[in-house]
Design a protein around this ligand. Sequence first.
Ligand SMILES: [Zn+2]
Ligand SMILES: [Zn+2]
Length: 129
Amino acid sequence: MLASVLLALFLPCLGMSGIFIVYICLLWYVSSLNQPDPPLPVKPVTVLGLSASELEKLPKVTGKDLVMGTDCAVCLDEIESEQPVRLVPGCNHGFHLQCADAWLSRHSACPVCRAKLDSDFFNALENPC
Ligand SMILES: [Zn+2]
Ligand SMILES: [Zn+2]
């Protein structure tokens, strides 16, 4: 008699907890579906500009020494033969000194051909071997 009463109490409890567990699982599943994507890690800025000291290491010529055309791609103006010109080493693209410095202080790449001016380049300048 007692055993059957216990069983009668126990079975519904078991059923209830089973439903409860399924319910919790469903809740967990739905909330995991609805969760927004984890925020992407902030991308490191890979293209940093050059520092003033790095800019100083770039070759400086005048307009008459230009071999790659006399149009400044930064301001789209012509580079006069007596104007100071900053040359991008490697590709030899030239720009007005101020234009090149303004651009290169924000981007470490040639504005025309995107040639990279990275730290490796400056290390190579300092250690020619
Ligand atoms: Zn310019
Ligand atoms: Zn270039």
